[in-house]
Design a protein around this ligand. Structure first.
Ligand code: FAD
Ligand code: FES
Length: 256
């Protein structure tokens, strides 16, 4: 088993009231969608998408015990990182669309930076204006950025899936990349199926080992840490659990 590399947090960026980015004095090579196992000694180890590559950065939202602890850390503090795991998003074609919900924008903003010479339209959805992330970063690399909020406090008052539905009536894409709440990604996948467009989705499951051994992160017979987290249309089509339920740490099913 790979042991975590202990890294010092070099700088901290407050992205919003409950989202921060940590930068480290390290450069890595990663595909967008790949993740790191982040270790806080005596607490836990959890997966986080690569948010920045050179220098390495992770972006996280404060939602529970692990991310609350991360939130309290500052420059000079140290955390352990095992890196990077899983499959990333694969470049397909010359005109693509990104659809994100909430913190799903984290790997997709990195994708927009990495996929050069591709025409990118991004649909970025969040609950409110204050939950929107990386809009300026996306605007630098995308030809069009459509913003939606659930409450209408910024951009269009609709779900990102409604914006995609409208867009697909007018435009054709070689591939749609999505990350966010699973219910949203299921809908994105269904829209892509109806329009015969390739879809790649980054799925989330509770992880323990992070490299394919323990079976904790399975969705049907697919290990999200090893065979994913990014799955393509062929793989998504075969899943019976996608958009239906996930499993808690104890293994108990939780329906979406
Ligand atoms: C491949 C992969 C990549 C990931 N990348 C990132 C990343 O880049 N940034 C990041 O912040 N997290 C990411 N996660 C999730 C991360 O690993 C943690 O599970 C998450 O941050 C919550 O951990 P916690 O212990 O703080 O909260 P938990 O104790 O696990 O959760 C606390 C409560 O919050 C709920 N919850 C969990 N996530 C959210 C959410 N987004 N919004 C609202 N409620 C939520 C849970 O259902 C639970 O009720 C990723 C997960 C996977 C599998
Ligand atoms: S987390 Fe152990 S197999 Fe995926």
């Amino acid at each position: 088993m790979e042991t975590p590399e202990v890294l010092e947090i070099k700088s901290v960026v407050n992205e919003s009231k409950d989202v921060k980015t940590f930068f480290f004095d390290k450069k890595i090579k990663a595909e967008p969608g790949q993740f790191l196992m982040v270790w806080i000694p005596r607490l836990d180890e959890k997966p986080f998408a690569v948010s920045f590559e050179k220098p390495l950065g992770i972006t996280f939202k404060k939602v529970g015990s692990f991310t609350e602890q991360l939130f309290k850390m500052k420059s000079g503090d140290k955390i352990g990182i095992r890196d990077p795991y899983g499959n990333g998003f694969k470049l397909k074609g010359k005109k693509v669309c990104l659809v994100s919900g909430g913190r799903g924008v984290i790997p997709l903003a990195f994708l927009a930076e990495k996929f050069k010479k591709v025409k990118i339209t991004a649909i970025v959805g969040a609950k409110t204006k204050n939950d929107l992330l990386f809009l300026n970063r996306l605007k630098k690399h995308c030809s069009k950025v459509i913003v939606t909020t659930d409450d209408g406090s910024f951009g269009e008052k609709k779900f990102p899936t409604d914006a995609l539905k409208d867009l697909l009536k007018k435009e054709k894409f070689d591939c749609v990349y999505t990350c966010g709440p699973e219910i949203m990604m299921k809908k994105v996948f269904e829209l892509c199926e109806n329009h015969k467009i390739e879809c790649q989705a980054s799925l989330e499951r509770y992880m323990k080992c992070g490299f394919g051994l323990c079976g904790q992160c399975c969705i049907d017979d697919v290990r999200i840490c090893k065979d994913g987290p990014v799955l393509n249309s062929n793989q998504l089509r075969k899943l019976t659990e996608f958009g239906v339920f996930e499993r808690e740490k104890s293994g108990k099913k939780v329906y979406f």
